[in-house]
Design a binder for this molecule. Structure first.
Ligand code: ADP
Length: 390
């Protein structure tokens, strides 16, 4: 059954009487109000939103097409059915182009009139349903947006709390370590210096104190990175020389099997040599730790386009594919992986530090690994200055 409120506009008083009567007989749920001019109709439209408007086109003063234009502006959701005389096809076309829902020819055929009005009311009903669904969707989208904002704020707060905690722990441990070393009469093991070679201690058999110091330095670097306090001191560096001195120092400490392949002899890049050495050492230390004692490790330095690639390849058990996306996350350790030779396991920060340090140079850390087939970690560095030279 159709329901709704209809406004009927016509300057013909006979039609204004006959049509509402016919509607009340055939569509009992429909209420009809009438206006004998477009001006009167306009005033009524300001007061009330009708479900459908049926209007004559030709009326003295304002005509049905002008009325249609106003309804389109003020109540675009209200279907307007226009009525016009026989033979006035151009007017009918203008009506449709102007956005009329339908048009009827006079003299009005009652069945056509009822069918058209019924469709117009149904259309209004569908439009209302769509509007309601849209509003419900908008409400839902808004509630989702609020939820995301709330969760983001919570995450930010807990992340900031974690950063503050990490920074505090690193700071407290550093001062405790300085105190212990003072009591033991051990000189301060330094933070990375200008050539970064103090870092070449991971390969050497470490004393418990040295190991503790390395872990604390890693924690401190992680804290610097997470609070954007890690500053790079970049300078134009010879990458062949940089790799060679890191490897020499590493070999002097471990005496392990290591092959260094230089595929391009003149590779210079603007980098922080301390941090790049530190990243390379972390990769070397891992290659040693996570592969069997004595198995060969190869380091390759090569150019690919505008990039230099320093790769460290080992013959270890490799990393399962599903773990690869997590490699380089802070504190991440592959479940079940154990140290196979040399130094003891760390905190899961070595690759995080290597990755972020390389990334801060505008580069990236790539991993290729297959279980049983070893792993290759590659530092990809831009040969064009990616960080400011000091
Ligand atoms: P960790 O201090 O545990 O060595 P890293 O960040 O250096 O931390 O490495 C993270 C994890 O990635 C390690 O715990 C290990 O499981 C895995 N891993 C790193 N390097 C290798 C490698 N060369 N071969 C196999 N697994 C590796």
């Amino acid at each position: 059954m159709n329901t709704g409120q209809v406004l009927l506009v016509d300057d013909d008083p006979t039609l204004l009487q006959a049509l509402p009567h016919a509607i009340s007989l055939r569509m009992s749920g429909v209420e009809v109000e009438t206006a004998d001019s477009a001006q009167v109709a306009l005033a009524m439209i300001q007061q009330h939103a009708y479900d459908a408007i049926v209007s004559d086109i030709k009326m003295p003063g304002m005509d049905g097409l002008d009325l249609l234009a106003t309804v389109q502006k003020q109540h675009p959701e209200t279907p307007v059915v226009l009525m016009t005389g026989h033979g006035e096809h151009d007017i009918a076309i203008r009506a449709l182009r102007g956005g009329a829902y339908d048009y009827l020819l006079k003299p009005i055929d009652r069945d056509d009139f009822m069918a058209s009005l019924q469709r117009a009311l149904q259309t209004r009903q569908f439009r209302r349903q769509i509007e309601e669904q849209q509003r419900a969707l908008e409400r839902y989208a808004l509630s989702l947006q609020r939820l995301v904002e709330q969760r983001t704020a919570e995450l930010r707060a807990s992340n900031a709390a974690k950063d503050a905690m990490l920074s505090m722990i690193a700071h407290e441990l550093t001062s405790a370590l300085t105190g212990v070393k003072g009591m033991m009469g051990v000189s301060n093991l330094q933070r990375p210096s200008s050539n970064g070679m103090e870092q070449v201690r991971q390969g050497v058999v470490e004393s418990p104190l040295q190991r503790l110091e390395r872990l604390i330095h890693d924690l401190q670097d992680a804290s610097f990175i997470q609070t954007n306090r890690l500053a790079l001191h970049c300078t134009r560096s010879d990458l062949v020389e940089l790799c060679r001195s890191v490897l020499d120092a590493y070999l002097a400490g471990t005496g392990g099997a290591l092959v260094f392949e230089i595929l391009d002899n003149h590779l210079q890049a603007v980098v922080d040599p301390v941090r790049i050495s530190q990243a390379l050492l972390n990769l070397l230390a891992n290659a040693r730790k996570y592969s069997p004692e004595g198995s060969p490790i190869s380091v390759t330095l090569q150019r690919r386009g505008r990039e230099a690639i320093i790769s460290v390849r080992d013959q270890g058990p490799g990393i399962p594919e599903e773990q690869l996306p997590h490699i380089g996350e802070p504190f991440y350790r592959v479940p079940g992986s154990g140290v196979l030779s040399g130094a003891s396991a760390g905190l899961g920060l070595g690759l995080y530090l290597a990755r972020t340090m390389v990334e801060q140079h505008g580069g990236r850390l790539e991993v290729q690994s297959q279980p049983g087939n070893g792993s290759t970690f590659s530092m990809v560095l831009s040969l064009e200055a990616a960080c400011a030279e000091h």
